[in-house]
Design a protein around this ligand. Sequence first.
Ligand code: NAP
Length: 489
Amino acid sequence: MGAPRQPRIVIIGAGVSGIASAITLQRNGFHDFVMLEKGSDVGGVWHWNHYPGLTCDVPSQLYQFGFDPKPDWSHVFAPGPEIQRYLADVARRHGLLRSHVRLNSEVVATTFTGTEWQVETADGTRYEADFVIAATGVLHHPAVPDIPGLGDFTGDVLHTARWDDAVPTAGRRIAVLGTGSTGVQVVSALQPDAQHITHFVRSPQWVIWAPMWLPQPALVSGLLNRMPQVNRALYQAGMAGAKLFTDVVTRPSWRRRAVQRYARLSLRAQISEPELREQLTPDYEPLCKRQVLSGSYYRALRARNAELVTTAIDEVTATGIRTADGRHHEADMIVLATGFRAHDYMRPMNLTGREGVSIDDAWAKGPRAYRMTAIPGFPNLFTVLGPHSPTGSIPLHHAAEVTARYITRWIRRWSAGEFDTVEVTEEATGRFESEVAEAMGPTVWNTGCNSWYFTEGGSIDLLPFDRATMESMLDEPDDRDFHLRVRAT
Ligand code: NAP
């Protein structure tokens, strides 16, 4: 056998999954890779999102890389800018910013020629690659609602994922649309200084009370700083604790019922007015949608300058919002906390696989990927946090690291000359989809609500398995599920 081949690799995206992929490649001796990032900085969703009140509702100790945990988080639930700084620091520490990342480089086309991938960015630069890793994220493309008149509004309109820090909010009349994690955070943050805030809620969400403001004691940070082994042990303990959450959402049990009771209690204990409580009570089970956590939202809503509106919106006018009851709500600015087109993944990029198949055709019935990472028709291309990733149940950084290790195993075999292209079979992908569909039955996501977890085709784009199962799925590649091809020389 000859010397190992050095693969040329393009990673698309420099957010959590791109950074996890890059560092995993480096740790395995692969250094010939470039990271193409559309934004002006790394961090992905944490770069794009900087709306007031942005806080991660996953404890910081779990919302970080296992290979580079941060000892000194300021809070138990870290504020958004601190997470962005952490991701940029990790990228810098590992030399990614210096040698690999190309910022402001939006990929517009990725084409498999039969022997390699050609990747083109918006400025016309072309890259050739033996492997492409699509680390483009889930919560990436803002969803802008199609409301009549929105374009005629004469005040400011901001989507939370494209916040403009130059637009003032204090002393203004603010209309907020959307009541997911984002809407709840932004209402809580803007209410104290607004002249008036109106929260337009189409479907109320369960909001579990949690002390999002809790600081991480300096004593703890100091200890974790001095003793990295304690930091690692704390991370492992957190991962073990996260198992409980996976269990609660994937299997009906007394534990799930207890959390759901707590969600109902969170509403009852904070909202005593029967009419307001009625308006805020969802018509589905707690945990069915991505659970919202807040210790300040209900208090903000009850403030004198706040109003909850659950009547449907008819139209936006030049100066406000008209609801179906004919009322006109004057506003100086409209905040769209209306979420994301979560199932676009790497689209609208023009992604073309073997024999000219486009990703839009391959995904005509919705996004699909074998074990979250491999797509039939797209050889030597893998997704990280792609379709069916466990965004609602397993710590994300860990899922990204496990997937990156799996991809690296394939790349190592390519490097050893075992094959030139690897492509998942249609049959294995179909079998994985059936397993997912069957396991989705008892999950809480399947108990009768509508959420961004659902694809247009009606399937739930999550992983209904626990962490051990995910890890074993992405342990050693199973050759029976793949076509391994060697080029004729
Ligand atoms: P989301 O959960 O998808 O919520 C979108 C909201 O907009 C929903 O309330 C939806 O109402 C409403 N909406 C959409 N179109 C509308 C229209 N035409 N008229 C009126 N209302 C409309 O989006 P998100 O709040 O941005 O959260 C997305 C995900 O981001 C979260 O689930 C979470 O995973 C992540 N996130 C995390 C954090 C964190 O702390 N870690 C913070 C923010 C976001 P319907 O329910 O009626 O459709």
